[in-house]
Ligand binder design. Sequence first.
Ligand code: HEC
Ligand code: HEC
Length: 356
Amino acid sequence: MTIPFRAVLLRLSLSAALLPVLGPVGCSRDTRPTKTIATIDELPEGVRAAVLASRDLELGFAVYSRNCVGCHGINGDGQGPAAERLVIRPRDFTAKVIIDPNTGVPSVEGGDFKFRSTPNGQLPLDEDLHRTIRQGLKGSSMPSFEFLPERERSAVIAFIKLYSPRWTLATEVRERVPLPASEPADLLTEERVWLGRFAYVGMGCQMCHGMTGRGDGSSAHTLLDDWEQPVRPYNYHRGAPKGGATPLDIYRTFRTGVTPMPSYQSDTLGLVTRDLKGMVFSRLHEEEQSLIEPFVDLLPTLEEVTAWKTAAPERYESYSDERAWDLVAYTLWLREQSKPEGERAAAIWPRRGEGE
Ligand code: HEC
Ligand code: HEC
């Protein structure tokens, strides 16, 4: 059920108290699974041999068997004893490498990860795995392992890599997508939030996430992830995003994608121009149109932006980047609005021109 945006708008006054800086969400719930009794002998042959040959991997296995095996399984295939009770299935860490008999070129099947600083389809960086394990994945049963010392997290990361031959394949590349070091100083402004709303509808985010971000768009019930499991779009009103809740985390998730959500690059972000006004406004209530209009009217036309693509590529990139940040601002703002009034942060978002 979609709640008419008009009704939401009444509660969403921009003068309301809002959160200026959203730090990483705390991980207070202790969801540590109980100790299991998996032993080295139960490991698949190749994995066992590697563990027996290395002190670090032995530590990695000890950490895994205490904390992960109940869900991810002794075979690393996501089929631990607790897995069948979980709606969102634990990750299957295994992969198959198939060598083409004619060309000798290997192709891989499986072993994918959702949360990466690398493009869709590539393996994540170690720092991505550290983040996932440290923070957990909100909205799924994957707990936070903040309590593990860094050394144990590194050891368990090295250990889970043993389940997939992809990690040692020479053809696998891990290229960090260009990510900024910090968010723009003017992130939380009225202008960005409304341009973010404009981009959200202009880019069709509502088809999956719904007009008000409740994860109830028209395609929401038909989506499958990389493992062919049904997956629901993120509900902006319920808890933190899995990949992290800071502005930079959300920016990274947009830019790298989470199948079935595409990754958003400049070729799509650069289409968010004044030309979309008619299309977007036909979907918005009048009150919302009047809030957005002053900002949209200042956007360039598609013709102008397209011309930058060849004449001024840097300008084009920075324009698309601004539109990505608008979406981040809108995401943060919607999340904040969904909190009961008393729980919203005390500070207000700086108005246009007043930001530090
Ligand atoms: C209570 C069950 C549970 C436990 C215990 C658990 N996980 Fe997970 N884990 C999950 C689920 C469920 C997912 C998939 C979430 C999703 O796809 O949204 C997941 C996903 C992952 C991912 C993939 C993230 C990505 O980018 O795709 C990694 C890596 C991971 N877990 C590592 C670990 C490690 C290491 C441990 C132990 C230290 C552990 N997990 C313990 C349930 C669990
Ligand atoms: C094809 C459907 C689809 C479209 C289009 C789509 N998303 Fe998503 N989005 C998803 C799904 C499904 C997830 C949840 C993935 C998961 O939990 O594994 C998601 C997750 C997210 C998340 C949370 C990520 C996290 O770390 O948990 C955000 C934020 C988000 N989408 C924003 C957007 C925005 C903004 C747009 C438009 C530019 C968009 N999405 C377009 C399907 C879509």
